[in-house]
Design a protein. Structure first.
Lengths: 281, 293
C-alpha cells in the first residue's frame, strides 16, 4: 500500500475544496483542583475531506484536550471551531470519538449491539433491522465476523479497539476523532491496527483526526501532521506525510522527517521536564 | 566497573525447522465422578443441611425431648406442610409477600426520583449523602411506633417502615454506582446524542448495575427482616395477619411446632429470593457482561 498518494490534491485544488473542520485561534483551558491550566494557546488548523490529520506532540501539549474540544466536550475560551460552517457547541454523532481506553465499549452490549446502539441513538437508523445490516457490514470490515454476539469482556484489547473503530465508522461521521486509539496495545498489535486503519481508509477515504505522541505512528498513519509544542500547546509546524507508510519506514525520507520532528519536539524537552507533574493533557 | 559484572556468554544461533505437533500424555483428563459431584457447590451445601437436620432429629428423638419445648424436625415439617396445604399458611405468606412487594416497589420508586435529582444537581447529591448518613443507622423497625401513630395499625404502617428500610440502601448504592461510571462511558453516551433521562436510563443504569443490584439485595434483606419483625409487634391487632403474625399466634397458643413451621417459611422465602431470584438476575446480567465474577 502506498499511503494513498492518489488522494493527494495539489495546492491549487485544495483552495477550491472547503475544509470540513476549521479550528481558528482556539485557546482551551481547564481547571484542576488547584490550577487553571491553559492546554492550548491560539491554535489554528484546517482539516480537509479525506485528511488523515494527526495532532502530534509530547504529553502536556494539549492535543487530547484539543480533540475533546472538537468533539464538543469543552468550549474554547478564545477562538472558534466550526464543522462544515457550523460552530461546535456540544458533543454530537457527526463527530465520533474513538478513545484509547478499552472500556469505551458498553460492557452490557454485544459487539453488534454496541454498534446498533450507536446507530439508533445517534439518529442514523430508525429501524433496528437496518442498523443490524450496517453493523454487520462494518463488523466484517474489521474482520470480527463470528464475534458479533460476543460481549466485550471476552475480546482482546486489539479486538475491542476494532469494535470501537467499526462503531465510529458505521456512524459515517463528518470526521472520526481518534484519541491515541492504539496507545494501550502491544507493539505488534499496534502495527497491525495501523495497517488495517490505512486499509479501511483506502476504501472510503473517510476524514480522521488522530491524536498520538508517537512520531512514527504519526508518519505512518497521517497524511498531514500538526506538530504542537507543550505548555501550552501551540502550533509548531504543519507537515505533509501522505507519501509515507509502513513500507517506507526504512527509507531516508522517513528518517529525515522523523528527525526533523524529533528536533522540533526535543527543543522543548528541558521546559517539559520542568513542568512535568503540573497537570497532564 | 566492578570485576563481578557477568560477561555475555556467546553461543551459536539456531533455527528450529518444522515444528511438530506436541504430544504429551495427559492433555485433558476427566475427573472421577465423585470429584465432579463434590465440586458442585449445591451438593456440598445440601450435605451440610442434611447433617444439621439429622442431628436435630436424633437429638429430639433419642433424648425424648418434650415437643412443647423443642419439637422434632419431622413434627415441625409435618405441621408446616399441613398448614401450607390444608391451613391458611399460604394466605399468610401471600399477605406478607404482597405488603413486601408494595413497600419494596415504592421504596425503589422514591429512590429512583432521589437519585435522578442527585444526578442532575449537586444539592440533590448532598441531600442523598446527608439523608443516608442520617437514616441508615436508624433501624427501620424503630420507626414503627411513629408509623403506628401516623397511619394506625395496618398495612399502611407496614409499608411505611418497608419504604424506609429499602429507600436508603438502594439510593445510596445507586448514587455511588452512578458516580463511579467511567468518564469514557459518559463521553460515549453524550457522543451518540444521549442527554437527560435517556442518558441515565441507557448508560448510567446499566453501567452502574452491579452496585444497583447490590443495593437491591441489601434493601431486600432489610425489608424482609423488618417486615417479619413489624408483623410480630402488631400483627395481633391487624385484621388479617402475615407470616410474622402466624409465628406470634402459634407462640401464643403454645404450638411450638407452628413457631418452627413459621420460621422455616421465613428462611425458605429468604433463600429463594436471595439465592434463586437475585442469583439468576446476576447470572443473566452482571456475570454475563463480565462486570462481576
Amino acid at each position: 500500500m502506498n499511503g494513498g498518494s492518489s488522494a493527494v490534491a495539489d495546492n491549487t485544488a485544495a483552495a477550491a475544496v472547503e475544509p470540513i473542520l476549521d479550528v481558528d485561534g482556539v485557546t482551551l483551558q481547564y481547571k484542576t483542583k488547584e490550577h487553571l491550566i491553559t492546554a492550548t494557546y491560539r491554535v489554528d488548523f484546517k482539516v480537509y475531506p479525506a485528511d488523515r490529520f494527526v495532532l502530534l506532540g509530547p504529553s502536556g501539549c494539549g492535543k487530547s484536550t484539543l480533540l475533546k474540544g472538537v468533539a464538543g466536550y469543552m468550549t474554547p475560551v478564545e477562538g472558534a471551531m466550526t464543522l462544515k460552517g457550523k460552530v461546535i457547541k456540544e458533543p454530537g454523532p457527526d463527530r465520533v470519538m474513538v478513545f484509547q481506553e478499552f472500556d469505551q465499549l458498553l460492557p452490557w452490549k454485544t459487539v453488534k449491539q454496541n454498534i446498533t446502539f450507536a446507530l439508533t441513538n445517534g439518529g442514523k437508523c430508525a429501524k433496528q433491522s437496518e442498523a443490524e445490516d450496517i453493523a454487520m457490514h462494518y463488523i466484517n470490515k474489521v474482520k470480527l465476523d463470528r464475534f458479533e454476539d460476543t460481549y466485550p469482556h471476552m475480546l482482546s484489547g486489539g479486538m475491542k479497539q476494532r469494535v470501537a473503530i467499526a462503531r465510529g465508522m458505521a456512524m459515517e461521521p463528518d470526521v472520526l476523532l481518534m484519541d491515541e486509539p492504539f496507545a494501550a496495545l502491544d507493539a505488534l498489535t499496534r502495527l497491525q491496527m495501523q495497517e488495517e486503519l490505512l486499509q479501511l481508509w483506502e476504501d472510503t477515504h473517510f476524514t480522521v483526526l488522530f491524536v498520538t505522541h508517537s512520531i512514527e505512528e504519526a508518519l505512518i498513519v497521517g497524511s498531514r501532521i500538526l506538530v504542537l509544542s507543550p505548555h501550552p500547546g501551540q502550533v509548531k509546524a504543519e507537515l505533509n506525510a501522505h507519501q509515507l507508510s509502513h513500507e517506507s519506514v526504512g527509507d531516508p525520507a522517513f528518517g529525515e522527517l522523523k528527525a526533523k520532528i524529533h528536533n522540533m519536539l526535543f527543543a522543548d524537552r528541558i521546559l517539559e521536564d520542568d513542568l512535568e507533574g503540573k497537570g497532564q493533557q | 566497573m566492578s570485576k563481578n559484572v557477568p560477561e555475555l556468554v556467546m553461543r551459536p544461533e539456531f533455527e528450529a525447522g518444522d515444528i511438530q505437533d506436541a504430544h504429551t500424555g495427559d492433555v485433558e483428563r476427566q475427573l472421577s465422578i465423585f470429584e465432579r459431584v463434590w465440586n458442585i457447590n449445591g451438593v456440598r451445601k445440601i450435605v451440610i443441611l442434611f447433617g444439621l437436620v439429622a442431628t436435630w432429629q436424633i437429638y429430639t428423638v433419642a433424648l425424648d425431648v418434650e415437643p412443647l419445648m423443642f419439637p422434632s424436625f419431622t413434627l415441625a415439617a409435618e405441621r408446616m406442610l399441613n398448614d401450607l396445604f390444608y391451613g391458611d399458611l399460604i394466605w399468610k405468606i401471600w399477605f406478607s409477600v404482597k405488603v413486601l412487594l408494595y413497600g419494596y416497589g415504592m421504596g425503589m420508586g422514591i429512590a429512583a426520583v432521589l437519585v435522578l435529582w442527585a444526578t442532575a444537581s449537586r444539592l440533590g447529591s448532598d441531600f442523598i449523602a446527608t439523608a443516608t448518613a442520617m437514616f441508615n443507622p436508624l433501624p427501620a423497625i424503630a420507626m414503627l411506633p411513629l408509623a403506628m401513630l401516623w397511619f394506625g395499625l395496618g398495612t399502611a404502617s407496614l409499608i411505611f417502615v418497608l419504604v424506609h428500610s429499602v429507600l436508603w440502601a438502594v439510593a445510596l448504592n445507586t448514587h455511588s454506582g452512578f458516580k463511579n461510571v467511567s468518564q469514557t462511558l459518559r463521553m460515549i453516551g453524550e457522543n451518540y446524542g444521549l442527554r437527560g433521562v435517556p442518558f441515565v436510563w441507557k448508560v448510567l443504569v446499566p453501567a452502574a448495575f452491579p452496585s444497583i443490584l447490590s443495593g437491591m439485595k441489601v434493601g431486600w434483606a432489610f425489608a424482609w427482616r423488618t417486615l417479619i419483625g413489624a408483623e410480630l409487634v402488631f400483627g395481633a391487632s391487624s385484621g388479617s395477619g402475615g407470616l410474622g403474625w402466624y409465628i406470634f399466634e402459634s407462640s401464643q397458643n403454645i404450638e411450638t411446632e407452628g413457631v418452627f413451621a413459621g420460621l422455616f417459611m421465613v428462611i425458605l422465602i429468604g433463600i429463594v429470593v436471595e439465592n434463586i431470584v437475585f442469583r439468576n438476575v446476576e447470572l443473566k446480567t452482571v456475570n454475563r457482561w463480565g462486570m462481576q465474577r
